[in-house]
Design a binder for this molecule. Structure first.
Ligand SMILES: O=P(O)(O)OC[C@H]1O[C@H](OP(=O)(O)OP(=O)(O)O)[C@H](O)[C@@H]1O
Ligand code: HPA
Ligand SMILES: [Mg+2]
Length: 181
C-alpha cells in the first residue's frame, strides 16, 4: 500500500524544545542531587534524540542504557500490545532510574515498561516524557516530568516517526493529510 500524501506543520520549534529541556534537566538535577547511581533509560526508538539532548544538560554522573519497546509498527493507532525488542544491558536493582520517553499517548507503552522495570526493584524510578497527549489516554499513567502537553494530533520529528520516517526533523510537527483516503 502506498503512503497517503501528507505535509508536516510545525507545532513546537527546535528552540522551544531546547529551552524546555534546559529547564527539565535543571529540575532533574536538583531532584537526583547527591545520587551516584542515576541510570538514564531511553526507550527506543522514539526517545533517541530527546535522551541525547537531555543527558547533556543533566549535571550529575549518569549511566545511559536503552530498552526497545514497540507497539505502533507503521500504523497511527496503538496495537495495545507492547513488545520488548531489546532489554537493558545493565542491572537496575537498588539503583536510581530515570526513564526517558518521547511521547505518552494511550499510555500502554509507558505502563508496560514502568511495571517491568519496577519488578526489578530499583531504589527509585521516575519518568521524563517530552510530550503528553492526555486526550488519548487509555491507561492511567503520568510521567514525573512532561515537556509539553499537546492536543490530539499525530506528531512527528525530534525522534518521533510516522511509519519510520521523519525522525530526523529538528522540530515537532503534526501530520496533515493532503488527499482523501
Ligand atoms: O502511549 P502509547 O500509545 O503506547 O504510545 C507511545 C509510544 O509509541 C511510540 O513508540 P512506537 O511503538 O511507535 O515505537 P518507536 O519508539 O520505535 O517509534 C512512542 O515512541 C512511544 O514509545
Ligand atoms: O503522535 C504520535 N506520533 C508518532 N508516534 C506515536 N506513537 C504514539 N503517539 C504518536
Ligand atoms: Mg513509532
Amino acid at each position: 500500500m502506498s503512503q497517503r500524501p501528507y505535509v508536516i506543520d510545525e507545532m513546537i520549534s527546535a528552540k522551544a524544545i531546547a529551552a524546555r529541556i534546559e529547564a527539565l534537566a535543571k529540575d532533574i538535577t536538583r531532584v537526583f542531587e547527591g545520587t551516584d547511581k542515576l541510570v538514564v533509560v531511553g526507550l527506543l526508538r522514539g526517545s533517541f534524540v530527546f535522551i541525547a539532548d537531555l543527558v547533556r544538560e543533566i549535571d550529575l554522573p549518569v549511566e545511559v542504557d536503552f530498552l526497545e519497546a514497540s507497539s505502533y509498527g507503521n500504523a497511527m493507532e496503538s496495537s495495545r500490545e507492547v513488545r520488548i525488542l531489546k532489554d537493558l544491558r545493565g542491572e537496575i536493582a537498588g539503583r536510581d532510574v530515570l526513564v526517558v520517553e518521547d511521547i505518552v499517548d494511550t499510555g500502554f507503552t509507558l505502563h508496560h515498561v514502568v511495571n517491568l522495570l519496577k519488578s526489578r526493584e530499583p531504589r527509585r524510578l521516575e519518568v521524563c516524557a517530552l510530550l503528553d497527549k492526555p486526550a488519548r489516554r487509555e491507561v492511567p499513567i503520568k510521567a514525573t516530568w512532561t515537556g509539553f502537553e499537546i492536543p490530539d494530533e499525530f506528531v512527528v520529528g525530534y525522534g518521533i516517526d510516522f511509519a519510520q520516517r521523519n525522525r530526523n526533523l529538528p522540530f515537532i510537527g503534526k501530520v496533515r493529510f493532503t488527499a482523501p483516503e
